[in-house]
Design a protein around this ligand. Structure first.
Ligand code: SF4
Length: 406
């Protein structure tokens, strides 16, 4: 079956953030932001390395003071990913960040308000071929726009703020721009991006601002970003979580992979939700497997299933999986049983088989297995469990009867 993950992607022009293209037909990129003081060069670099390993393509650092700009000058040459400087109130910090060699600037039009300052920055960026993100934020709109739109933040007000800012850049012929119109309200940001996408072909940076701590922050960000991506809107994304930014990078990456918008980079661990049939603590094994795979670049889907009765069938599309039964783990590759291991070696076995498959491929993995014996053992444990537990272990029939009697 041919599944189209999203509507046709909206056509945007392409800009280069360092060596990473954003917009056009470039893959949608993941961004995150450091939380260290940018003047702490080693601490910031450690975080950048962790973010890059977790899937960030581009990282932003604040450039709020002279020491931060000095830090950037040392960070940029050692960073594995392009660096964006976040500029808030002082246009001179933008110039200092450019001198430090950053690959992009993020300006908040609500905070740098003098047109002549914006023009000076645009000209300096033009000379160095450094793009700018116009980062409109629902929480910091220009007071005139609040007033014009009846004292509240609306999608139209946010789009107008972005357009006003774009006009300053147009004046000096600067076109290397990407734009965001973030809000903490999901419906508001969706509406603002939809409207913005109708009036510009500059690439769009998507995000729900101040989304808060997980899990709600994750849910809000995903609701907003995924809705727009599914409509073909968005060229680069950021989860703004009140959490370790590594979680932001992981979430961004996972979202794009799950929507089929980026190639899988790490293990996609799927697991059953567990139920009365589970022969193991599924949560524990799944979490231990997640930890064991960590950031290893093994682009396989790996399943942890609580029982051999239904697990192998339910996860037959996974590249590799394991299902518990009778104190043993039944490994399967592409739905075919390949091996049986003791229950306390399930995680290690998964990692070993995943590494082997990644290195040698599916056929080699199947070739090294005694699939007939493994299938026979699985069938034996399956039948044993069915005999012991019956085919209605969750007692569904009795429960339905009870509900009906009430
Ligand atoms: S039936 Fe087995 S595989 Fe399915 S949820 Fe229950 S324990 Fe997991």
């Amino acid at each position: 079956m041919d599944i189209t993950p999203v509507s046709k992607r909206r056509k945007t022009r392409q800009i280069m953030v360092g060596r990473v293209p954003v917009g056009g037909d470039a893959p949608i990129t993941v961004q995150s932001m450091t939380t260290t003081k940018t003047s702490d060069v080693e601490g910031t670099l450690q975080q950048i390395y962790a973010l890059a390993a977790a899937g960030a393509d581009i990282v932003r650092c604040t450039c709020n003071e002279r020491e931060a700009a000095e830090g950037l000058a040392q960070i940029v040459p050692r960073s594995p990913v392009p660096i964006i400087a976040d500029i808030h109130h002082q246009y001179k910090m933008a110039l200092a960040a450019l001198d430090a060699g950053v690959h992009c600037l993020r300006l908040n039009p609500g905070n740098i308000r003098k047109p002549e300052h914006i023009r000076i920055v645009a000209e300096a960026c033009g000379e160095k071929n450094v793009p700018i993100r116009i980062g409109v934020n629902g929480g910091s709109l220009h007071p005139d726009l609040y007033e014009k739109y009846g004292g509240s933040v609306t999608a139209d007000a946010m789009v107008e703020s972005a357009q006003q800012e774009m006009a300053y850049f147009d004046d000096v012929g600067f076109e290397d721009i990407k734009i965001s119109v973030k809000a903490s309200s999901v419906p508001l940001m969706i509406e603002a991006y939809r409207k913005l996408s109708e009036v510009t072909d500059h690439p769009l940076h998507l995000g729900v601002t101040e989304a808060g701590p997980p899990p709600n922050g994750l849910i809000k960000s995903t609701a907003g970003i995924a809705t727009l991506l599914a409509e073909g809107i968005g060229d680069t994304i950021r989860y703004s979580l009140t959490a370790d930014p590594v979680q932001e990078a992981r979430a961004g990456r996972a979202l794009l992979e799950s929507m089929g918008l980026r190639e899988r980079k790490n293990v996609d661990l799927i697991a059953c939700p567990s139920c009365g049939r589970a022969e193991i603590d599924v949560y524990d094994i799944a979490n231990r497997a997640l930890e064991a795979f960590g950031e290893r670049e093994i682009p396989l889907q790996v399943a942890v299933m609580g029982c051999v009765v239904n697990g192998p069938g339910e996860a037959r599309d996974a590249d590799l999986g394991i299902a518990a039964g009778n104190k043993r783990g039944h490994l399967f590759v592409k739905g075919q049983n390949v091996a049986v291991v003791p229950e306390d070696e399930m995680v290690e076995a998964l990692v070993e088989w995943a590494e082997f498959m990644h290195e040698h491929g599916v056929d080699a993995a199947l070739a090294r297995a005694d699939t007939v014996k493994a299938a026979r053992e699985a069938e034996r444990d399956r039948n044993m469990l069915l005999e012991k537990q019956g085919d209605d272990v969750n007692d569904a029939e009795a429960k339905v009867d009870l509900i009906r009697k009430r």
